[in-house]
Write a protein that binds this ligand. Structure first.
Ligand code: GDP
Ligand code: MG
Length: 306
């Protein structure tokens, strides 16, 4: 048959793959690993990811659009509810769903709740047992059996998002199971996050990494000004909103040392990601009610009334 074996006849595929899981399962780490670049921020603290983050990659003739989601947990506050809703919206819009389970935690209450939610959707789902670098291999079989009992998954993969073990196999499988269709993004596009938001996320990541306990959850970052300079560098001005005067003091630190350290680390990371020189200016403002401000939700594409 003419043409069927030629390269040109290989159908292109394109689709959305939602990465879901409990907080800290490793979703953002996996997204970065799958895309081969940092597109989502990662910290050891739970609930770092506030919105849906898309990472785009090519695998053979397939363009895969991965959707990183906030962790799914029992929400209490408005921001929590909006984040969990965003995760489930990611599922509803996806062609395939990958449930990531931290093997060191196993089938805990969070995972049980997600399984229940998945049962109500008709999206095809794949199970990825993550962090296999942390446990002995014979511990994996019982967990696999336990989770497979839900009869919700077409396939099971064992991976380590951190070391990359098993990730290419998973990606190849996903690429082959997307619907046929034209690619949605230019070949070299890795993310659909606007640069201003990306820059704010990088600063927020440093705040998560450098500040203790609850403070990172009580703050948010906005890029207020961005200037591309003739010499190729960028001037970026950001505001960090905190909820209390006391937080502001901690954030600034003695003689402004703390905010300076955050700014320096964020600048280095931004220069690496943007591949250009960056002049980063951070300011801190107290705004008690930022978690009740609809504008904050719009920047992350979250539903204020979730
Ligand atoms: P998310 O909340 O699901 O997005 O999880 P993150 O990607 O932010 O990761 C949470 C923590 O788990 C971070 O400290 C990661 O370095 C760590 N982590 C992610 N994947 C792995 C893995 O495969 N092995 C190990 N040992 N740690 C991992
Ligand atoms: Mg995350």
């Amino acid at each position: 048959m003419p043409g069927l074996t030629s390269e040109a006849e290989t159908p292109t595929r394109c689709g959305f793959v939602a990465l879901i899981g409990a907080p800290n399962a490793g979703k953002s780490t996996l997204l970065n690993r799958l895309v081969g670049a940092k597109v989502s921020i990662v910290t050891p603290k739970v609930q770092t990811t506030r919105s849906r983050v898309r990472g785009i990659t090519l695998a053979g003739a397939s363009q895969i659009v991965f959707v990183d989601t906030p962790g799914i947990f029992a929400p209490r506050r408005r921001l929590d509810r909006a984040m969990v809703q965003a995760a489930w919206r990611g599922v509803a819009d996806a062609d395939l769903v990958v449930l990531l389970v931290d093997v060191a935690h196993g089938l805990d209450a969070d995972v049980a709740r997600i399984l229940e939610g998945l049962g109500k959707t008709r999206r095809p789902a794949i199970l990825a047992l993550n962090k296999i670098d942390k446990v002995a291999h014979d511990a994996l079989l019982p967990l696999t059996q336990q989770l497979s009992a839900a009869d919700r998954f077409s396939d099971v993969f064992m991976i380590s998002a951190l070391t990359g073990d098993g990730v290419v196999t998973l990606r190849t499988h996903l690429a082959a199971h997307l619907p046929e269709g034209p690619w949605l993004y230019p070949e070299d596009q890795l993310s659909d996050m606007p640069e201003r938001l990306l820059a704010a996320e990088v600063t927020r990541e440093q705040l998560f990494l450098q500040l203790q306990q609850e403070l990172p959850y009580a703050l948010t970052v906005e890029t207020e000004y961005w200037q591309d300079k003739p010499d190729g560098s960028a001037r970026i001005d950001q505001m960090v909103y905190v909820r209390r005067q006391g937080h502001k003091g901690i954030l600034l630190g003695k003689g402004g040392q703390q905010i300076k350290a955050v700014g320096q680390a964020a600048r280095v990371e931004l220069e690496r990601m943007l591949d250009r020189r960056v002049h980063l200016f951070l300011r801190v403002k107290v705004r008690e009610n930022w978690t009740e401000d609809p504008a904050r939700y719009r920047t992350w594409n979250l539903d204020f009334n979730a």
